[in-house]
Design a protein around this ligand. Structure first.
Ligand code: FAD
Length: 463
């Protein structure tokens, strides 16, 4: 039997259950990736992420070639392309990784229906806990993270499977060439492994104390690899557990805190699966009635990193220039857009998806709804981040803001998160005159805070 192995996310040969399962059941397999022009045209598809995908496909092709196979690349509507390829190769089965996003699930359903005469097998390659595997005692999905995490921790997850040594593949199948691309992040499973091992050796054990400081290399920077499956969460968890075992019991808090983040990843996926309305609206529907002013001038200043609030501007410039952003700063800029600029969180959600290398619908949507106070979190909407105290707390030496806002370079750290408190002469003395060298604040935090509270109160009476 010949089987198609349809790659979408799990762009790896190691710990790829779809590939392993297909190989176990077939004489030969045809690894295929279908470039869907409809996805490339979507407003939430970012150029940087696409370049990283191309580079990832090349890396995957290299891994496959080392095992006697190659990646077939086709461009077009997936159901049609896969049907055509099945006919060309005489394939009688289709193996692929389970999908969770609403659009991806609908596409898979279309493909399975169109390829009715092929056996279709969905495998588990993207999450640790499958969305339907954890439920409350009442049998309902979890909507609060802490109890979800308690149960999550008790699970025996699947172990990673090794890469196959040989991948028998029929020869001579035509493939489209992959476009040239320059990715800002080295792509592929080898690069992902290097990043994981480096993190496990260095920052992982101090993750609990360093993860919140954007100037420190305190986090793993694995999210883009996890998003496209150049690394599996099973491999990530395996490395963490290995590191944990080697540490004395009282020094395991860093590893434990990091594993908790992997659970957040699963948590937001299960929210998206069980409550697909979050893809377009608030998790708590009452917040859909919020009358966001959505002032385009304020929104544009946020995107450009010219709000006059250094921690916000530094974050937005880092995002635009690199496609990455530290989690703490994601929370700060998201809170600022919604609670200070009174713009709909969906505007920020879409911009993040366009810019982020790790742009992932479940995590991004969860993060934005958390920040906007419309999501699953018990955190009430009236807890509003103060961009100055957040900056002072998490960037105390102003190293981060000075890196991305060089206008502030000579401003003493004490004032770097609130340069407006310097007199005009003091500003001139450090080459940072507001309105000339660095923007004036576009809003005043305490005033906007009051406006935001009034806005939310109109729809959240019962809170
Ligand atoms: P680490 O701190 O090393 O964490 C390890 C892994 O755990 C991450 O790689 C990621 O896969 C997962 N993880 C960590 N925090 C979260 C979280 N809060 N929710 C879900 N998974 C998490 N993450 C994305 O992967 N894609 C997104 O598009 C995305 N958008 C976000 C938008 C907002 C507004 C916010 C507040 C958070 C968003 N996150 C997103 C979550 C988080 O910011 C990133 O996962 C993290 O910054 C990635 O850096 P890291 O790999 O060094 O993470």
């Amino acid at each position: 039997k010949t089987s198609l192995v349809w790659f979408r996310r799990a762009l790896r040969v190691t710990d790829n259950r779809a590939l392993r399962t297909a190989l176990a059941a077939s004489e030969s397999v045809v690894p295929v990736f279908v470039i869907d022009p409809a996805i490339l045209k979507r407003p939430d598809t970012g150029e940087r992420r696409v370049a990283f995908l191309w580079a990832g496909l090349r890396a995957l092709d290299t891994e496959l070639r080392q095992r006697g196979s190659a990646l077939i690349v086709r461009c077009g509507e997936p159901a049609q392309e896969l049907a055509r390829l099945a006919e060309e190769t005489g394939a009688t089965a289709l193996y692929y990784g389970q999908e969770y996003e609403p659009a991806g699930k609908a596409r898979d359903q279309r493909v399975v229906e169109a390829l009715r005469n092929l056996e279709s097998v969905a495998c588990r390659d993207h999450l640790l806990a499958e969305p339907e595997s954890l439920a409350t005692k009442a049998g309902t999905p979890y909507t609060v993270f802490t109890p979800y995490f308690r149960l999550w921790q008790e699970q025996a997850f699947l172990a990673p499977v090794a890469a196959p040594e040989r991948i028998p593949t029929p020869q001579g199948i035509a493939s489209e060439p992959l476009p040239e691309s320059v990715s800002v992040l080295p792509a592929g499973e080898r690069a992902a492994q290097e990043q994981l091992q480096g993190f496990a050796r260095a920052a992982l054990r101090a993750y609990d104390t360093e993860r919140d400081f954007p100037a420190l290399p305190g986090t793993s920077q694995l999210s883009a690899y996890l998003k496209l499956g150049m690394l599996s969460p099973r491999q990530a968890l395996g490395a963490a557990r290995q590191c944990r075992e080697q540490l004395p019991v009282d020094r395991r808090a860093g590893v434990d805190a990091w594993v908790r983040q992997l659970a957040w990843r699963d948590f937001y996926y299960q929210i998206l699966v069980h409550f697909p309305h979050v893809a377009t609206g608030s998790f708590k529907p009452k917040f859909d009635a919020l009358a966001w002013p959505n002032d385009p001038t304020l929104y544009a200043a946020w995107e450009r990193g010219e709000t006059g609030y250094p921690i916000v501007d530094a974050g937005m410039r880092q995002l635009a220039q690199t496609g990455t952003l530290h989690n703490r700063v994601r929370m700060i800029v998201a809170s600022f857009l919604t609670k200070d600029l009174l713009c709909d969180w969906r505007l920020g959600e879409r911009y993040f998806m366009q810019q982020l290398l790790d742009g992932d619908q479940a995590a991004n949507n969860g993060g934005w709804q958390w920040a906007a106070g419309t999501g699953t979190d018990a955190q009430p909407y009236f807890r509003i981040f103060n961009p100055v105290s957040q900056g002072e707390k998490f960037d105390p030496d102003a190293q981060y803001v000075k890196l991305w806002c060089p206008e502030l370079k000579r401003v003493p750290a004490k004032w770097a998160h609130k340069p407006w408190e310097l007199s005009r002469n003091e500003q001139a003395a450090v080459n940072c005159v507001l309105g000339k060298d660095y923007p004036q604040r576009i809003v005043e935090h305490s005033e906007q805070r009051a406006r935001a509270l009034a806005l939310y109160k109109m729809v959240a009476k019962e809170d």
